[in-house]
Design a protein around this ligand. Structure first.
Ligand code: ADP
Ligand code: 5GP
Length: 207
């Protein structure tokens, strides 16, 4: 039986450590493919076009939307972010588990289109630690940090829409937990419908 890839959505408040976590996950295990999103926000120091994001002008991004080149997109803190279609569909067909590190509006759009998608939410150990990480990253102005903390308060309302939460306290523990959840998710009946139907059909002959 060919292994089927799962679409895995990882969301969480800005600064919770999603980026760090998924980077470590794909380094540690080779069954994952990490989707690179497109965005209209400015690159941070050290970020490279085509590595962290495809950095686009607003007009370029809107053209991608019009061409149906994104499987979802959303506006987050005044910028567009979206998931390019081609890479995701190719990797899933290849049997890879594809990771989308995206915010909540996008996550819900994915669930509408891909009913077997697995939705995971990364929690910080506490709000104080969240703020410490966001400030400590040193990539945003005070004003942007305040905006992201306000957005976190809104996003917190939607956590129950996700299947699992993982608490990113110790990074390595959290990476292992994430991987174990994904392994277990491969064995749910809804993600193995074809296999189940085949056995049922074969068993018909035993009646
Ligand atoms: P996000 O992608 O969720 O916005 P990042 O991955 O950029 O968050 O992490 C925010 C900051 O927190 C970074 O400086 C990162 O090094 C740090 N960080 C991430 N995970 C942990 C952890 N488990 N313990 C301590 N610091 C962490
Ligand atoms: P950042 O600017 O910190 O890189 O990302 C801001 C937010 O946008 C994060 O919550 C991140 O998960 C989300 N994000 C990144 N890429 C995408 C995407 O392709 N689609 C959606 N909907 N959100 C994204």
């Amino acid at each position: 039986m060919k292994r089927k890839g799962i679409l895995i959505v990882v969301s969480g408040f800005s600064g919770a450590g999603k980026g760090t976590l998924v980077k470590r996950l794909v380094e540690k295990y080779d069954s994952y493919a990490l989707s690179i999103s497109a965005t209209t926000r400015q690159p941070r120091a050290g970020e490279e076009d085509g590595r962290e994001y495809f950095f686009l002008q607003k007009e370029q991004f809107e053209r991608k939307i019009a061409e149906n080149g994104l499987i979802e997109y959303a506006c987050y803190c005044d910028n567009y972010y979206g998931t390019p279609r081609e890479y995701v569909e190719r990797q899933l067909a290849d049997g890879k588990d594809v990771i989308l590190e995206i915010e909540i509006q996008g996550a819900l759009k994915i669930k509408e289109q891909y009913k077997d998608a697995l939705l995971l939410f990364v929690m910080p150990p506490s709000t104080a630690e969240l703020r410490r990480r966001l400030v400590g990253r040193g990539t945003e102005t005070e004003e942007v940090i305040a905006k992201r903390m306000r957005r976190a308060a809104e996003e917190a309302e939607g956590i129950e829409k996700y299947e699992y939460i993982v608490v990113n306290d110790d990074l390595e523990t959290c990476v292992t937990q994430l991987h174990e959840i994904i392994i277990a998710a491969h064995n749910t009946p809804n993600r193995n419908q074809e296999f189940i139907e085949n056995i049922r059909t074969e068993l018909e002959g035993e009646k």
